[in-house]
Design a binder for this molecule. Structure first.
Ligand SMILES: [Zn+2]
Length: 283
């Protein structure tokens, strides 16, 4: 499933291809998770002025509004430069954005992805974006901000990391990997994290995502001039998908549990369940 690093690498790969292009047509296939919210013909003639990202959303900005792209559970984008002839849409391709430099297609077998139009300048006010937590790669996300966001929350830390409200952009893989890096058991109630734990977790979240972006970026080909698909790359997981295999640090078998209907992977030895904080005046 595409998470922040995959979307960021997609953005980096598409930027040289799409920046400054003029939209010449938009073709829609089967309906996706949400409707586009504009007549596709109204987009013809607009230029793409910036490619940005917020959480897991890719934002294609134009002079009169923004196309919001979400890759859902299985989405990926394919760019075909104009000099290569684009093949007919495959059964899993649901959006085709034609530009004066090439064609961008959204392929999404499970159709949880979306392409939405937001009219006006401030896309951050869109209902999908305005409730997102801080961007983990920016400086407004740190241990202090994380502590504040987790204050009084009795839910387990791992599903909270997936909620997008505590921090934006993290999905199942990077939540598992960041908690392993911070050596925190995913079942720990969020309110049990002390400031030092929050600091360790914030640092782990940032380092895990940065490492993945660097890995994806290093595998990025020159997409502005070649025909290729963006959105997936292989990273070496420490715990994710490794149930029963030895922990890379201590050789204890990695455990798999279900939290909020999602699989969680962790090392029962390296990752500790944090005890409740001592109440003031009680130590
Ligand atoms: Zn271990």
């Amino acid at each position: 499933m595409p998470e922040l690093p995959e979307v960021e690498v997609t953005r980096l790969g598409l930027e040289p291809a799409l920046l400054g292009t003029r939209i010449t047509a938009l073709r829609l296939g089967k309906p996706l998770r949400w409707p586009l919210n504009i007549d596709p013909s109204a987009l013809v003639g607009l230029h793409i002025t910036a490619l940005q990202r917020r959480g897991k959303y890719l934002l294609l900005q134009t002079s009169s509004g923004t196309l919001i792209v979400h890759l859902g559970m299985s989405g990926s984008l394919r760019w075909t430069p104009a000099q290569h002839s684009a093949a007919p849409l495959s059964p899993h391709e649901h959006v085709e954005l034609q530009t004066d430099r090439g064609v961008l297609r959204l392929r999404d077998p499970r159709r949880f992805g979306a392409l939405l139009w937001h009219a006006g300048a401030d896309v951050q006010t869109h209902p999908l974006l305005r409730t997102l937590g801080p961007e983990p790669l920016l400086t407004d996300f740190d241990g202090t901000a994380l502590c504040r966001a987790l204050h009084g929350r009795s839910a387990a830390i791992k599903p909270l990391l997936l909620s997008q409200h505590i921090v934006a952009g993290i999905g199942n893989i990077y939540a598992c990997e960041a908690l392993f890096r911070a050596q925190i058991d995913p079942r720990t109630p969020a309110a049990h994290l002390r400031p030092a734990d929050c600091q360790r977790l914030a640092t782990a979240v940032r380092a895990t995502l940065q490492q993945a972006v660097a890995l994806g970026g290093s595998s990025l080909r020159d997409f502005a001039h070649t025909d290729g698909e963006l959105g997936y790359f292989q990273m070496q997981a420490q715990v994710y998908g490794r149930a029963g295999l030895p922990c890379r640090l201590c050789a204890t078998p990695i455990e798999q549990i279900v939290q909020g209907q999602r699989s969680t992977y962790f090392c029962p030895k390296c990752q500790k369940v944090l005890k409740a904080k001592a109440r003031a005046g009680n130590r």
